[in-house]
Each structure stands twice: as structure tokens, then as C-alpha cells.
Ligand binder design. Structure first.
Ligand code: HEC
Length: 145
């Protein structure tokens, strides 16, 4: 009996620390990001979901986005498992989680990349053109396909 209780405590302690440290890839995932203004939510991605767009988005996500490429927080597989140096609370979005991503309109993703998400480590990327942001929106969606 004592053994069982001890195992339970150990287990929950491990579980809690893993989710606090962001190791757990939760799905559906909690979101701390506010909802974008209505005029953004209504926007549709004007670019084709094709190889050319995805390639451009991939380059931005992994290398070109300044000051820090998206992969350092969202992970090279887009699953929100970040490089240990960039761990944050709340954890970065897990783009492979369809349950969470499926509810977010294109315009929400566009707005966050452009303006950042207050009170999280997701800062704004004002150096990206609208075209580049739309390329990224298609690319992050490709992780869930
Ligand atoms: C310093 C870490 C960091 C970097 C770099 C970063 N993100 Fe994020 N991102 C986050 C965090 C943290 C969240 C918010 C999680 C939440 O809402 O709880 C987030 C959320 C998002 C969301 C979801 C917004 C929503 O409404 O749920 C998108 C889309 C996104 N990031 C795209 C990007 C793209 C594209 C880049 C690169 C141009 C990038 N991020 C770079 C940490 C980062």
C-alpha cells in the first residue's frame, strides 16, 4: 500500500515536471494567445498551397526568419519541442496537433506572426513581408497534414 502511494506520488511529480518543462507534447494544447481582431480572422491565405510556397516557408521557418528562426522554439518537426535553450512557458505551439490547429483560421496565424502573442515568448516578426507570412502560414499547416 505504502509502495503504491509512493509510486503514485513519484509518477505525478514526474508528469507535472515534464509538462512544466514543456517536454510533453500535449494535444489538444492549451493556448495563451488572444484572438486576433475580426478583420484579420476574415483573411484567407492568397497563396497557392504548392511546392514553391512551401519551400519558401520552409526556408523562413528553419533559417531566414530574424532575429530567431521559428524552429528554435517550435522545433524542426514543428511539434513544439524546442531546443532546450529556448524553452518557454507557455510552450510553443505544436503545429502537428490537428485538434488545436484545425480550429485556428489562417488570419489568426497571420496576425500572431506579424504582431506576436503578448505575455508569451512569441514575439512579433515585423521584418517579414505579408507575402512571407502567408508562406509561413502554409508551411506550419503542412506539419499537420
Ligand atoms: C522564442 C520562441 C518562439 C519563436 C522564435 C517563434 N515562436 Fe511562435 N509561438 C511561441 C509561443 C510561446 C507561442 C504561444 C503559445 C500559446 O498561445 O500558448 C507561439 C505561437 C505561435 C502560433 C500560434 C498562434 C495561436 O493563435 O495559437 C503560430 C502560428 C506561431 N507561433 C508561428 C511562429 C512562426 C511562423 C515563427 C517564426 C517566424 C515563430 N512562431 C517563432 C514561441 C515562439
Amino acid at each position: 500500500m505504502i509502495c503504491k502511494v509512493a509510486a503514485l506520488i513519484l509518477c505525478s511529480a514526474l508528469f507535472m515536471s515534464s509538462s512544466v518543462l514543456g517536454f510533453a507534447q500535449e494535444c489538444p494544447q492549451d493556448r495563451k494567445t488572444p484572438t486576433a481582431p475580426q478583420e484579420f480572422l476574415a483573411l484567407k491565405n492568397p497563396l497557392l498551397f504548392d511546392d514553391k510556397t512551401l519551400k519558401a516557408g520552409e526556408n523562413l521557418f528553419h533559417n531566414q526568419a530574424k532575429p530567431i528562426a521559428c524552429k528554435f522554439c517550435h522545433g524542426i518537426k514543428g511539434n513544439g519541442k524546442s531546443d532546450p535553450d529556448f524553452e518557454s512557458t507557455p510552450p510553443p505551439r505544436n503545429f502537428t496537433c490537428r485538434e488545436t490547429m484545425g480550429k485556428l483560421p489562417d488570419g489568426q496565424l497571420f496576425w500572431v506572426i506579424k504582431n506576436g502573442s503578448k505575455n508569451t515568448s512569441m514575439f512579433a516578426f515585423p521584418g517579414l513581408s505579408d507575402n512571407q507570412i502567408w508562406q509561413l502560414v502554409h508551411y506550419v499547416r503542412s506539419f499537420g497534414k
